[in-house]
Design a protein around this ligand. Structure first.
Ligand SMILES: Cc1ncc(COP(=O)(O)O)c(C=O)c1O
Length: 409
């Protein structure tokens, strides 16, 4: 009998056994993971995007180790927290007031709380098929959930949340015609958790305009996409000017830290006691050390080169399948993308649902894993590349894809 329920704390971490063997990770560094048998894999799951620098980057490990030695959990104000907030604010434009928590789910929860207090309204509009964490309010309508598809006008709602169709402006117009209690629209700039569905041209700007017109705020959920395309917000790179942003994953390079950043007039609610901010571990020294060291590294990083390496890999993968007689396409950006067994990637969540071929995705996962490359086994999964995935590593990934594509014929 195992004592760990179902063998793992987060269901997302389960991997199917391969040839009767369950893979158990022993350690990770840079672009690689090693299993308990000592076998090395190029990792493209990267802690579900938990780092853009690769696993255990040395400067981050050193900074966090020093913070640990200095004492991991003082009860009172400590020296590293303002520095970490300043490091985030320096990359967030007008969203220069920052709070730290430990997980992206908490960050989304706090951002919704801030929006509710700022507007005096209750309801959050979130994207059907989007994942904004696992806390009660927003753990609704995620990719694959029954309520996430609503082809007609019968909008799925709870007391506090309404679902919205990503890339569908008519649906947004209809929502605001139906409801006058929307505090905020919560949107990932790329619907990443449904397989990197890209925003249609102008969609994000139009969504923002309609929200503003109706007195609602915009929360960009960048727990996954933040600091992936540039040393800053993906929303800003994509023409969105949100009131609040949630960050996590890449800002801590694998250490548990997340943040909400917002306009001062909104975030003031936390300082003057109208909104609760708490958490034994919120803004702890290890988390803050990881943020400061990560931001320094990202400021010096060559994002255009990373994106170009990713674009090249995407083209190689498409070509590898074409050589094997199968048409595939990719959605997303150079360093975060999904694969589709179709000529064109999905333009919205409904198309993604129709294109999903779980058996194909699982078979591809298995063939790549046999060849030392780990990709997420779900069709909605993403391949994440980091700055540690250099040309040589990606050449190995490309070879594995060529062989896997042939094996899947
Ligand atoms: C867009 C988005 N928001 C929120 C979350 C929740 O973050 P966490 O798993 O750290 O609670 C995730 C996690 O994958 C995410 O991708």
């Amino acid at each position: 009998m195992t004592h760990l329920v179902g063998g793992v704390s987060s269901a997302a971490r389960l991997l199917p056994p391969l040839d009767g063997q369950q893979m158990v990770v022993a350690r990770s560094a840079g672009p690689y993971l090693w299993d308990e048998a000592g076998r090395r894999y190029v990792d493209t799951a990267l802690g579900f995007g938990g780092t853009v620098l690769g696993h255990a980057p040395e400067p981050v490990v050193e900074a966090v180790t020093q913070a640990l030695r200095d004492g991991p959990l003082p009860a009172f104000i400590h020296a590293r927290e303002e520095a970490a907030a300043a490091a985030i604010a320096a990359h967030a434009g007008p969203l220069d007031q920052v709070l730290f928590v430990s997980t992206g789910s908490e960050a989304v929860h706090l951002a919704c709380r801030a929006a509710r207090i700022a507007t005096g309204r209750t309801r959050i509009a979130k994207m059907a098929g989007g994942f904004d964490g696992w806390l009660d309010d927003v753990a609704y309508g995620g990719a694959g959930a029954a309520e996430s598809s609503f082809p007609g006008n019968a909008r799925p709602e709870t007391d506090r949340v309404s679902l919205l169709r990503f890339n569908d402006m008519e649906d947004a117009e209809r929502l605001f015609a139906e409801r006058d209690d929307i505090a905020a629209v919560l949107v990932e700039p790329v619907l990443a958790n449904a397989g990197c569905v890209m925003p249609a041209p102008d969609y994000l700007a139009q969504l923002q305009a309609i929200a503003r017109r109706h007195g609602a705020l915009v929360i960009a959920d960048e727990v996954l996409m933040g600091f992936r395309l540039q040393a800053g917000l993906t929303a800003h790179a994509m023409g969105l000017d949100p009131d609040l942003v949630t960050l996590g994953k890449a800002i801590g390079s694998g250490i548990a830290v997340a943040a909400v950043a917002g306009r001062p007039e909104i975030m003031r609610a936390f300082a003057d006691g109208r909104a609760v901010r708490a958490g034994t571990y919120s803004g702890n020294p290890l988390a803050c050390a990881a943020v400061v060291a990560t931001m320094e590294m990202l400021d010096a990083a060559d994002y255009p080169a990373l994106l170009a390496r990713g674009e090249a890999l995407r083209a190689t993968v498409v070509d590898a399948f074409a050589q094997a007689g199968q048409t595939v396409s990719t959605s997303g950006h150079g360093n975060v993308f999904s694969l589709w067994p179709n000529a064109e990637p999905p333009r919205d969540y409904a198309e993604a649902q129709r294109m999903l071929r779980p058996d194909w995705s699982a078979a591809l996962h298995a063939e790549l894993r046999r060849r030392g490359v780990l990709v997420m086994p779900s069709g909605y999964g993403r391949l994440f590349l980091s700055f540690a995935h250099d040309e040589a590593v990606l050449a190995d990934v490309a070879d594995a894809f060529r062989d896997a594509a042939m094996a899947l014929r």
